[in-house]
Design a protein around this ligand. Structure first.
Ligand SMILES: [Zn+2]
Length: 159
């Protein structure tokens, strides 16, 4: 999936977590932001490529390598509980959403890294092609969800 989609999915997931845990209004927005940013982190090698360090990061972690594994997911969740702040939980939700989203693509995710077996969340016929119409539909739908979720909270401010 594209970076834009990962930001949107991360923000939507964190906003949903914020709503589910009855966070204060501004924290819903804060968690959406932290989730959106963290939604990009598993593809750190792609981000690093933009500043010409991609070869280094790719050498260390590979693309869809350890950053897309159960090891990384466990580390992020442990870190969130260690920090124990809603923004950290929003970031963890964004990170995990990235892995789940990549598991819906044809390429899959090596959850058991360094074992190279790829895991998917959908049947083969429904797997998403990066940049396709299906991905755009997900982007638009989740953008409306984020706007609704954060706007709803803002309009509920006491006057
Ligand atoms: Zn990824």
């Amino acid at each position: 999936m594209t970076g834009k989609t990962h930001i949107i999915i991360g923000a939507a997931t964190a906003a949903a977590l914020a709503r589910y845990t009855n966070q204060p209004d501004m924290m819903v927005i804060g968690m959406a932001v932290s989730g959106g940013i963290a939604g990009l982190l598993p593809d750190i090698d792609v981000l690093a490529r933009k500043i010409c360090l991609g070869w280094l990061v790719r050498f260390i972690v590979g693309h869809r390598g350890i950053t897309h594994s159960l090891i990384a997911i466990a580390a992020v969740i442990v870190a969130a509980f260690t920090v124990d702040h809603p923004l950290a939980f929003g970031a963890a939700a964004g990170y995990v959403s990235h892995i789940a989203a990549d598991m819906m693509t044809k390429r899959g995710v090596p959850l058991l890294y360094p074992v190279n077996k790829k895991f998917h969340l959908l049947p083969r016929q429904l797997l998403i092609i990066t940049g396709g119409t299906y991905e755009t539909t997900i982007q638009v739908t989740l953008l409306f969800f984020i706007i609704f979720e954060t706007n709803l909270r803002i309009t509920n401010f006491p006057t």
